[in-house]
Design a protein around this ligand. Structure first.
Ligand SMILES: NC(=O)C1=CN([C@@H]2O[C@H](COP(=O)(O)OP(=O)(O)OC[C@H]3O[C@@H](n4cnc5c(N)ncnc54)[C@H](OP(=O)(O)O)[C@@H]3O)[C@@H](O)[C@H]2O)C=CC1
Ligand SMILES: O=C(O)C1=N[C@H](C(=O)O)C[C@H](O)C1
Length: 265
């Protein structure tokens, strides 16, 4: 069976890779894209996609769903848009595969409930790279033995959300094996606000934003006379594409929302 796929954010760094990934796949058909700017009515007229086939471009998601009838909706846009897009996809009977980060806990809870009520599969993956998923799982394991942890995530300077979705998911997984407690000296003081990073149940998350970076994370576990460092680097966006392909296939078999690829790999 061919999976009919729609992609939101086709001009973006991730969206453009995803367009090529779907177009190259014999088991998938790119039936539409969503853009919020008026560029062209067909993807083949975008400068990013010369010599491709006709794919209609929509600026309204309801119209896209009604006209193109995709099975799966892939979102690679921006934190401010993604919750509404995901909800609309589910309400229109289309299975979301979401790479965009920046959901609040309440939004995740609401979408999980909606997906369960509709018995319609959905995947929200803070990171599609298998190496990053392994780093998160290994961090969860290590936290049972080394509960003093800090996360340093490093990204390109065009990133809108901080901390990254991956850092938040890593902290959530670590918390399944770590008692909440304040780390560092009990009397420590920040002489410059923010010096100790974001506080997640006493675990600190530091966000670095610099040109030249893509997506990198270190998880540091301190122990008596020792330090364990788990590190993952994405050097380009193709590192995420096998996870995108896997998710598009997998979501067709799901009847609930899955948050994080570690639950289905
Ligand atoms: N899960 C994962 O493995 C990964 C997730 N990401 C996440 O994916 C998202 C996109 O990242 P990236 O590709 O680097 O970002 P880019 O800024 O390169 O791309 C985002 C694209 O979405 C477009 N866009 C913004 N808002 C809308 C909207 N409402 N409707 C349609 N299109 C819209 C933007 O257009 P314009 O620029 O004209 O505003 C842009 O073309 C981010 O949230 C990022 O964190 C990134 C890498 C891996
Ligand atoms: O914005 C990015 O680039 C990335 N976003 C995701 C995140 O917030 O974790 C995944 C990856 O780190 C790249």
């Amino acid at each position: 069976m061919t999976i009919r796929v729609a992609i939101a954010g086709p001009r973006g760094k991730m969206g453009s890779e995803a367009v090529h990934t779907v177009m190259k796949n014999d088991q998938m058909e790119l039936v539409a894209v969503l853009d919020h700017r008026e560029i062209a009515n067909s993807l083949e007229n975008y400068t990013e996609f010369p010599n491709t086939y006709h794919v209609p471009v929509f600026r309204n998601l309801e119209d896209l769903f009604k006209t193109s009838k995709p099975d799966v909706f892939v979102d690679l846009t921006a934190p401010e848009a993604v919750y509404k897009h995901t909800k609309e996809a589910l309400e229109n009977g289309v299975r979301p595969v979401i790479g965009t980060t920046g959901f609040t806990d309440d939004q995740l809870d609401e979408l999980t409930e909606l997906s369960a009520n509709l018995q319609l599969g959905a995947i929200i993956a803070p990171n599609f790279a298998i190496g990053a998923v392994l780093m998160m799982k290994f961090s969860q394991m290590a936290a049972a033995y080394l509960p003093e942890v800090e996360i340093i995530e490093m990204h390109h300077d065009r990133k809108l959300d901080a901390p990254s979705g991956t850092a938040i998911k890593t902290a959530q997984l670590i918390q399944e094996n770590r008692r909440s407690h304040k780390q560092g000296h009990p009397n420590e003081e920040e002489t410059l606000p923010g010096a100790r990073g974001a506080d997640f149940e006493g675990l600190r998350i530091h966000s670095v934003r610099l040109p030249g970076l893509v997506a990198h994370q270190q998880v540091l576990f301190g122990g008596e006379g020792q330090l364990l460092t788990l590190r993952h680097d994405s050097f380009n966006r193709s590192s995420f594409m096998s996870g995108v392909k896997f998710s598009i296939e997998k979501v067709m078999q799901l009847d609930e929302l899955v948050y994080g690829l570690e639950n289905i790999l």
